[in-house]
Ligand binder design. Structure first.
Ligand code: 4NP
Length: 156
């Protein structure tokens, strides 16, 4: 069986979803689980850019270098390429539902729905706040990444 593919989607693909992608990739590697990870934005304004320097800093704090990631806009073809698409907030989820091709195979969920007790919660956009907002983002995406990897381990 091919390794399962996970796509993390926020608005700009420079703050939240690169951290979700990185946290998931690290958790999968630590658990010895094969999985493909990528991220994208519902908007295309930052396409081609590296992550926000505050996201780079928080990832570095946790030993992960995300400087090489580049933003891209989500595409309808992603619904065929990915097994799982995780939206960081409910607006991202609504936008993804709107562009999802009929009968797409990807399982589309709100990211924090995978964390028991955090169902329905958003990973709020830290873009306009201070650096502490990025620590909170990390804690949230890290918890979700661990749960997603647990799901993979259980179905292995
Ligand atoms: P992200 O944060 O969706 O977590 O990447 C944002 C970054 C930039 C903008 C919006 C959200 N922006 O509008 O420029």
């Amino acid at each position: 069986m091919a390794e399962p593919a996970f796509l993390f989607v926020c608005l700009g693909n420079i703050c939240r979803s690169p951290l979700a992608e990185a946290a998931f990739r690290a958790a999968a590697r630590a658990a010895g689980v094969a999985a493909f990870a990528d991220s994208a934005g519902t908007g295309g304004w930052h396409a081609g850019e590296a992550p926000d320097r505050r996201s780079i800093a928080v990832a570095a704090k946790h030993g992960i270098d995300i400087r090489g990631l580049r933003a891209r806009q989500v595409a309808r073809s992603d619904f065929a390429r990915f097994d799982h698409i995780l939206a960081l907030d409910s607006q991202n989820l609504a936008d993804l539902r709107r562009i999802a091709p009929a009968g797409s195979r990807a399982r589309l969920r709100l990211l924090l729905d995978v964390v028991p007790g955090w169902e329905g919660r958003a990973v709020d956009d830290p873009y306009y706040g201070g650096p502490e907002g990025f620590d909170r983002t990390w804690d949230e995406v890290r918890a979700a990444a661990d749960r997603l990897v647990e799901e993979l381990v259980q179905t292995r």
